[in-house]
Design a protein around this ligand. Structure first.
Ligand SMILES: *[C@@H]1O[C@H](CO)[C@@H](O)[C@H](O)[C@H]1NC(C)=O
Ligand SMILES: *[C@@H]1O[C@H](CO)[C@@H](O)[C@H](O)[C@H]1NC(C)=O
Ligand SMILES: *[C@@H]1O[C@H](CO)[C@@H](O)[C@H](O)[C@H]1NC(C)=O
Ligand SMILES: *[C@@H]1O[C@H](CO)[C@@H](O)[C@H](O)[C@H]1NC(C)=O
Ligand SMILES: *[C@@H]1O[C@H](CO)[C@@H](O)[C@H](O)[C@H]1NC(C)=O
Ligand SMILES: *[C@@H]1O[C@H](CO)[C@@H](O)[C@H](O)[C@H]1NC(C)=O
Length: 240
């Protein structure tokens, strides 16, 4: 055979092999089910053996050509199987790992690879206002957002009633979960999220209500300090 043609065929075959081995990432919420598909075209009719494997060792289900699928004892009651597609039910964190569908034709081959990550829903958040320092034209407000296992503090600065975030330290990442504090329409939001869930603070506090309140208070102090002496002086004038 022509060498060039041989190369083209080799390239095509290796491409096909690579394509069918592309890893698909899947995130699943703990306690939910995950379905792992195999395209029927990716498995030849005359294979001699087929199996779904976990982390390269444990078999979920396997069968020989024309035989009945056999679900492994490790997965009894948790696996549904229909034409190469497997459904794993009620997944737990320990089910995180690599799932491969393998078959043997003339040699061992891979029909599908899935990287499955099982995540528990994120814990609730608690947003508290730590400090407010406010003058007539500026206001600094520091908030802390806490979760079960992390927390972040963020300072917002308002000048002329326009508020923004100080710096960019308002994001924290721990064990695949993100914690983020941000302003949206002057409301302070905290969002705790991972790939399968998110929680946010109830009733996002309005930044203006803290800053404005403080400013009003200091104005009312000014009013008392100015108004009271004026009244006294006027009163004294009347007495005289
Ligand atoms: C499966 O493999 C993943 C990484 O590929 C590893 O994190 C996980 O602990 C393994 N799980 C088991 C039960 O061996
Ligand atoms: C949030 O945190 C504050 C201060 O630590 C506490 O007083 C409050 O009860 C917490 N709220 C919730 C809903 O956990
Ligand atoms: C807010 O912080 C800025 C910068 O740190 C400071 O210049 C300003 O005086 C502060 N304003 C108040 C009201 O504390
Ligand atoms: C805030 O407003 C005042 C009066 O309207 C103006 O003089 C000042 O430049 C403004 N400051 C900023 C930082 O925009
Ligand atoms: C923020 O304001 C915009 C425009 O006023 C509005 O369309 C949007 O729904 C608001 N977002 C929230 C979260 O209230
Ligand atoms: C919280 O963050 C997640 C992930 O980024 C996003 O999908 C979700 O819409 C956010 N929730 C709110 C209320 O913004």
């Amino acid at each position: 055979m022509n060498l060039v043609l041989q190369c083209v065929i080799l390239l095509f075959l290796s491409f096909q092999y690579e394509a069918s081995r592309a890893v698909t990432s899947v995130f699943v919420k703990k306690g939910h089910d995950v379905q792992l598909d195999v395209k029927e075209d990716d498995v030849p009719e005359d294979f001699s053996f087929f199996a779904w494997k976990f982390n390269g060792t444990k078999h979920l289900v396997s069968f020989v050509s024309a035989g009945k699928p056999r679900v492994s004892n490790l997965y009894t009651g948790r696996v549904e199987f229909l034409t190469y597609t497997v459904k794993l039910k009620n997944v737990q964190e320990t089910d995180s790992g690599v799932y491969t569908a393998v078959f043997t034709e003339d040699k061992d081959q891979t029909a599908a690879i899935y990287s499955v990550t099982v995540q528990a829903p994120v814990s609730p958040v608690n947003l508290t206002v730590d400090s407010v320092s406010s003058s007539s034209d500026s206001c600094n407000l520091t908030v802390t957002c806490r979760t079960q296992d992390s927390h972040i503090s963020t300072t917002f600065t308002c000048v002329n009633q326009t508020c923004s975030e100080d710096g960019d330290g308002s994001k924290a990442t721990t064990s695949a979960a993100d914690l983020r504090v941000y302003l949206e329409n002057d409301s302070i939001n905290c969002n705790h999220s991972n790939q399968v869930s998110w929680t946010t603070n109830q009733g996002a506090p309005e930044i203006q209500s803290f800053c404005y309140q403080q400013a009003k208070e200091s104005r009312s102090h000014v009013a008392v300090f100015v108004f009271v002496p004026v009244v006294i002086i006027i009163g004294m004038l009347f007495v005289i």
